[in-house]
Design a protein around this ligand. Structure first.
Ligand code: GLA
Length: 376
């Protein structure tokens, strides 16, 4: 057997050692990737189209069964061990990383019997950077607990449980994009997800391009309340337009009826309606290999998130501008919820050194990876 080398193999070996402090039993390992979203931002909870890419940065869980009904979980990043009972009644969120694990336990135990387990978790996804670290933690823990309980779970059911964990326990009214990206990821592909029907279609990424993230380092404490407010605003706009979801409003209809909305809700709806049509255009651009067009769509998406949806920050705007100054960059935009976090950059492969020189350690090349799975 060759020695572990890549970051994920090294993490796995570190977790093997972490778990050995908790359990004498042989661990099993589970991996769930983070994602970048190429385009289709803040439209999943309006039933829109999104185009995320599961990436080669991931959360890994080492897991071993226990004979009682406890869950013990050790986090490398937080240097802590948390414990709780599988059957605990009325737990309250603690506003900490443990909430994601408790949230997925609560959501899964409504669906199936679970069994006690010792878990060690660690990640190569920067936390709070807009790369879906929380979905990856929920999915990886969920996959581990289902395997320990000997209850195979459909990826779609697991993704739904992760969304429920966020909505009902963590307190973020997020959509399905992140858990679906983490469970359905396909190597070398983006995922076109129709968040109204739930259909997931892998879209091949063209040759010769590279995706990179640049982390702003900004982490906004109030991001979840601002996020939830955006969701309420889009629901209110849909209600005033007489539809269940803004997905049901075509650009033509918005051009006719959008003026009936109060100004703030009109801006929010303008973003959602425009962004959904940009996703369709992006898929066509990628399929034609029209990379200049793909980049221009990303840039328009960023402008709309900045001006209409108001979820960007001056720092993210500066990063986007700086990325667009680099020869060989097709497009750049904030990715994920915003209010800080990262941008995603689409560039020609030979422009990667210039990006690294401009942004140093903040820039990371990411590769499209497969979705969550047990590791051999
Ligand atoms: C977060 C949420 C997703 C999605 C994005 C914005 O990542 O978890 O459901 O709404 O923000 O597109």
């Amino acid at each position: 057997m060759s020695a572990p080398s890549g970051p994920l193999e090294l993490l796995r070996e570190a977790l093997r050692a972490d778990l050995a402090d908790l359990s004498d039993r042989q661990p099993r390992f589970f991996r769930a990737p983070g994602r970048v979203n190429l385009i289709g931002e803040h439209v999943d909870y309006s039933g829109g189209l999104v185009l995320p890419v599961a990436v080669d940065r991931a959360t890994i869980v080492a897991a071993a069964p226990r004979d009682d009904r406890r869950i013990r979980i050790r986090s490398r990043e937080h240097g802590e061990i948390a414990g709780f009972d599988l059957d605990e009644r009325l737990p309250r969120p603690q506003r900490s990383w443990v909430d994601y694990a408790r949230g997925i336990v609560l959501a899964l135990r409504r669906r199936m019997p679970l069994a006690g387990a010792d878990l060690a978790v660690g990640t190569t996804i920067p936390m709070g950077a807009g790369l879906a670290s929380s979905a990856a933690l929920e999915i990886a823990v969920g996959l581990a607990l289902c395997a320990i309980a000997d209850r195979p779970i459909e990826p779609r059911v697991l993704a739904g449980a992760a969304q429920e964990a966020e909505n009902s326990f963590v307190g973020v009214q997020s959509g399905l994009m992140d858990p679906l990206a983490s469970t359905f990821g396909v190597r070398d592909h983006a995922l076109l997800i129709d968040c109204r029907s739930g259909a997931v279609s892998p879209i091949p990424l063209p040759e010769g391009i590279v995706l990179a993230t640049v982390d702003s380092g900004e982490r906004h404490a109030l991001a979840s309340s601002a996020y939830n407010r955006r969701r309420i605003e889009t629901e209110e706009a849909a209600r005033l337009l007489g539809v269940a979801l803004l997905r049901d409003v075509s650009p033509e209809r918005f051009a006719r009826e959008g003026d009936e909305l109060p100004p703030l809700l009109r801006s929010r709806a303008r973003h959602v309606v425009g962004e959904i049509s940009r996703v369709g255009a992006m898929v066509r651009a990628l399929q034609r290999g029209a990379l200049e067009d793909a980049g221009a769509l990303m840039n328009s998406s960023h402008a709309s998130l900045r001006d209409n949806f108001e979820v960007s920050t001056p720092q993210l705007d500066l990063l986007v501008e700086a990325a667009l100054d680099i020869e060989g960059v097709y497009g750049a935009r904030m990715t994920g919820a915003g209010f800080g976090g990262s941008i995603v950059v689409l560039l020609r492969a030979d422009a990667a050194p210039a990006l690294a020189e401009r942004f140093g350690d903040a820039a990371t090349i990411v590769h499209a990876a497969d979705g969550a799975a047990a590791l051999e």
